[in-house]
Design a binder for this molecule. Sequence first.
Ligand SMILES: *Cc1c(COP(=O)(O)O)cnc(C)c1O
Length: 368
Amino acid sequence: MGIRVSDNIAELQPYPPGKPLEELEREYGISDSIKLASNENPLGSSPRALEAVRIHLENLRRYPDGSGFYLKQRLSRLLGVPQTAIVLGNGSNEIIDLAIRTFVQPGDEVLMSDPTFLVYRLMTQAVGGRPVQVSQKGFAHDLKSMAAAVSSRTRMVFLDNPNNPSGTVISREDFEAFRSQIPADVLIVLDEAYIEFADPELTVSGTEYVDDLPSVITLRTFSKAYGLAGLRIGYGIMPPEVAGYVNRVRQPFNVNSLAQVAALAALDDGQFLQETLQVVREGLAFLYKELANMQLRALPTQTNFLLIDVGGDGKKIYEAMLRRGVIVRAMSSYGLNNYIRISVGKPDENRRFLKALKEVIGETGVRR
Ligand SMILES: *Cc1c(COP(=O)(O)O)cnc(C)c1O
């Protein structure tokens, strides 16, 4: 007799994470490999954050501050929102999960793009909700069609801005038109995991609406621009009433103490953030130029990653790159079979990626 599990769990396809470096080296018996697959920070972590972690190691026997007081106080000042509007999470992924578990019941619909961050769909399915995916138009959220897809069962809309995997953003105009069409009882979740990399002139942030938008949740993370992916910390900004419900579902010590002190220190390290933005900007300019020389089309991006049309089976390219110690992301799980996604690395990593890609394209004959 087997264990009983509901159909929605049995049918779940687990999230395919970027391959860890250690795993690649173990499996292929190689060393010196590089990973450009999970949009991590090319420069590492803020030195100030690392120092804060070292100091705090003394206190690991204590439970963390379950209210995250100091970090929330700092974020509240920085963003001009009350502390009661902020919920800290074990990565922003946890806030996605919490928001869905708090507000979505079996049979409820959750609206999202296709392609978009896979976690929205998975977490929705995990609670028995129905993910409703609306195809993108020209690699951008098709907000008109999304608004038209709202039904009486729609509880939530996820918009990653910038979008992962395309790197495109939503303009202020388009967002305002969209939100005016969304019923007040439908939560709009703006996932701003890459917003630090985006040109503010071209896009919008949920933080602009905290005072007058009762139904917007904005998600931010320390995993990308702040280089703290391994510590797992992110946050959501939402109306205090919404935060109150989410906090009922949240585990009391969901964010560990090292993550809290590191995030606080990282917010004070403006220099690290500026250096990160610069290395990404320069890396992108270099990569676009070199990819164009190889006759490969790369989508314009407002993030620290880019989507490349390899003109053939991206999975083959991915595997051949692995053998050369370069981890990129195959895009078949997003339905983009002819694409790979790469994160901008340090200059030597970008060069190594290009060299491997040239060899692999010649070898696999995927293109021409
Ligand atoms: C990387 C990423 C996140 C960040 O997740 P964390 O749990 O904060 O590490 C969130 N949303 C999108 C779209 C991402 O690509």
